[in-house]
Design a protein around this ligand. Structure first.
Ligand SMILES: *Cc1c(COP(=O)(O)O)cnc(C)c1O
Length: 234
């Protein structure tokens, strides 16, 4: 894509982030560029603009981009989305954060294949949408307890996705509920589950997510749209 368009998009995203941080009286949030929809060249353009956190949701694409961007400086790699158990061994030692831990079977496979402790977010299906991955809020406490035996898993925080068509009030409710759930885990002060982080907010809702306490936002579309206007806000 045109480097100028990309520059403009990133500037818009960063301005929105600053506004939301000010509203929330905070200094910073980690911006993750979700590069799953673009090719290697466009991903390189993003990195050339100083973005250092990238997320992919397919093992093949993550590995491909990683090798293509080897010379592009320090990049923090995030895996988002469904990770099949048979693919864990290919990717788990290549990533910095895994955002979609939602079953003990997957945790077991990660624990077995990881050569060092992996920073994981537990994905919680706060909205209860049938199509969404994640454990239910009521399963969280026990799920966290059962992870104590997995030495190679560190629970750094919780992650959620809001329904695509939620309006602002519902978004705030979903994000603030995830924040409360995060606090409930954090307050247990488990060595393997510090749980300080909240991975929530995408192109359409990252401003609201930041106002509700997000520490990591996962933004894709807003980096790459070509038209002058921003993606329609909810
Ligand atoms: C695709 C994706 C995103 C980015 O969504 P956009 O609407 O393009 O910003 C964020 N999180 C997850 C889990 C995704 O799959």
């Amino acid at each position: 894509m045109l480097q100028e368009t990309l520059k403009r998009n990133i500037q818009q995203i960063e301005e929105s982030i600053s506004d939301s941080l000010r509203n929330n009286h905070r200094d910073s949030v980690t911006l993750i560029c979700v590069s799953k929809s673009v090719d290697v060249e466009t991903t390189k353009q993003v990195v050339a603009e100083g973005i250092t956190h990238l997320a992919e949701n397919r093992v093949e694409n993550l590995l491909l981009k990683q090798s293509a961007l080897k010379e592009s400086g320090e990049i923090t790699w995030h895996f988002i989305g469904n990770l099949q158990r048979r693919k864990v061994k290919e990717v788990i030692n290549e990533i910095d954060y895994f955002h979609a831990l939602d079953s003990l079977k997957l945790a077991g496979e990660i624990n077995k294949r990881a050569t060092k402790c992996v920073k994981c977010f537990i994905q919680v299906n706060v909205s209860g949408e049938a199509s969404k991955q994640g454990i239910t809020p009521s399963e969280l406490e026990e799920f966290v307890s059962s992870l104590s035996e997995y030495k190679n898993i560190q629970i750094v925080g919780l992650m959620t996705m809001a329904p695509f068509d939620s309006q602002e009030a519902e978004l705030r409710q979903i994000f603030s509920q995830l924040n409360e759930l995060k606090l409930s885990v954090e307050n247990r002060k488990l060595p393997y589950a510090p749980c300080h982080e909240l991975s929530m907010g995408m192109s359409r809702d990252f401003k609201i997510a930041i106002e509700e306490g997000a520490t990591f936002v996962r933004v894709g579309t807003n980096f790459f749209h070509e038209e002058e206007k921003e993606v329609e806000e909810r």
